[in-house]
Each structure stands twice: as structure tokens, then as C-alpha cells.
Design a protein around this ligand. Structure first.
Ligand SMILES: C[S@@+](CC[C@H](N)C(=O)[O-])C[C@H]1O[C@@H](n2cnc3c(N)ncnc32)[C@H](O)[C@@H]1O
Length: 206
């Protein structure tokens, strides 16, 4: 059941009640694994950005970690676009800033440390996001239903959400259950695909 060795806030029992599938938070002490060359070769974050991000877009990278995908989203969004990189762990955001500052990408990126149960961006961001990514993170969130609602509020109408989970952690049932929660929050699944070996779906805000 819940395995919440979280650097965060909720007690395990609260987490279990909110979401029985909740898994352990990926520790920032292992952030190096998220930034390897092998991973870049496998996931081709540049191609993901090419496919879903347009120049000038406002992008949300929820659960950004040390910025493995954020870098390519920021490059593709360009000078006229922006990326909001959100993570629970300040250490992940620090690593992201340290890595992307020398590349000159930080003027396009805003980092935001969220609480475990809420993104908590101010209402001025409502309907401002063009495309959101939640990659390998929703299973670590105690209340995915609330998360999908928050992402839905942040996206403009017809904005996209790319959602992916690793199959060795998230079962097909859990993934489908989460897609149902996303649909309740106002999304429609427009594409089901594999992201390397991972379950993935693209959803559009109705
Ligand atoms: C497995 S890592 C994936 C990072 C990044 N998406 C990638 O694939 O390179 C999961 C990330 O989600 C973050 N995370 C976990 N629970 C979260 C929450 N409730 N809200 C925001 N971020 C969270 C962790 O701190 C970690 O950086």
C-alpha cells in the first residue's frame, strides 16, 4: 500500500485514504539518474518538445525534477514563451537552475516549489498554460483527482496535457483509473501511446 517516505507533509494514513496507489517520492539524492545520456537517448526530450510545444507557448512542467525535460521545453518555447517548472523538492529546483542558468535558459523558466497536495500557483495563471506535462510523477501525488483539476484550471481551453507513467510502478488499472479522474476534471483523451516502454496519453481540455 502507501509507501510514503516523503520529504513532504502528509502522514501515511492521510495519503492512503486520499489515494490507495500513492508511491514513494523520488528522492533528490538520486536526481543524477534522471539526467543521464542514456535517458536522453531513450526519451529524446527534444522530439517530445518538438511534437507538443510551439514557439511562444506557456508550458507547465509538473514534477520537473532536475529539469531533464524542462530544458527542451524552454528551448522550443523560445524567447517569447515560458516554462513553469514545478516540483515538491527545492533541491530538484536548485539542480535545475544550476544546470540551465549557464545555458542561458533561466530567463524563460520560472521555478515553483509546490506543496505535496497542491500546485498552488496564484489565480493569475488560470487559463494561461498552453501545454502541460506530468511525466513519471502523478503516482507520487497523494490526490491525483485534485491535481488533474488544478492542471485543468491552469490550462486554456483546448490546451494539452501529456501524461506518462512507468509500467513497472503503475499498473494498467491505476493508469486507466487516473485517466478517468482526468476526464472527470474536464479532459478528453485524444491520443494513447507508448513513451518508450511507458504508458502515456495526450489529453485535451474541453
Ligand atoms: C521520478 S521524478 C521525475 C522527474 C521528471 N519529470 C523526469 O522525468 O525527469 C518525480 C518528480 O516528481 C516530484 N514530485 C513528487 N511528488 C510531487 C508532488 N506532490 N508535487 C510536485 N512534484 C512532486 C519529485 O520531487 C520528483 O522530482
Amino acid at each position: 500500500m502507501a509507501n510514503s517516505k516523503n520529504p513532504g507533509k502528509s502522514s501515511a494514513s492521510t495519503v492512503e485514504i486520499l489515494h490507495p496507489f500513492h508511491h514513494e517520492v523520488f528522492s533528490a539524492s538520486r536526481a543524477g539518474h534522471l539526467d543521464s545520456r542514456l535517458r536522453r537517448f531513450i526519451y529524446r526530450p527534444d522530439r517530445l518538445a518538438e511534437r507538443y510545444v510551439k514557439p511562444g507557448d506557456c508550458v507547465l512542467d509538473f514534477g520537473c525534477g532536475p529539469g531533464f525535460f524542462t530544458r527542451e521545453f524552454a528551448k522550443k518555447a523560445g524567447d517569447t514563451g515560458s516554462v513553469i517548472a514545478v516540483d515538491l523538492q527545492e533541491e530538484m529546483l536548485r539542480l535545475l537552475r544550476e544546470k540551465l542558468e549557464p545555458e542561458g535558459l533561466m530567463p524563460r523558466i520560472r521555478t515553483h516549489q509546490c506543496a505535496q497536495d497542491s500546485i498552488g500557483l496564484s489565480p493569475e495563471w488560470d487559463r494561461k498554460i498552453d501545454v502541460a506535462f506530468a511525466i513519471f510523477v502523478v503516482h507520487e501525488v497523494p490526490d491525483p483527482k485534485k491535481l488533474f483539476r488544478e492542471i485543468s484550471s491552469l490550462l486554456r481551453t483546448e490546451g494539452l496535457l501529456f501524461y506518462s507513467e512507468p509500467p513497472f510502478i503503475v499498473s494498467g488499472k491505476e493508469f486507466q483509473d487516473n485517466l478517468a479522474l482526468a476526464q472527470e476534471a474536464g479532459f478528453r483523451v485524444i491520443e494513447s501511446r507508448l513513451f518508450f516502454v511507458n504508458r502515456a496519453a495526450v489529453l485535451r481540455k474541453e
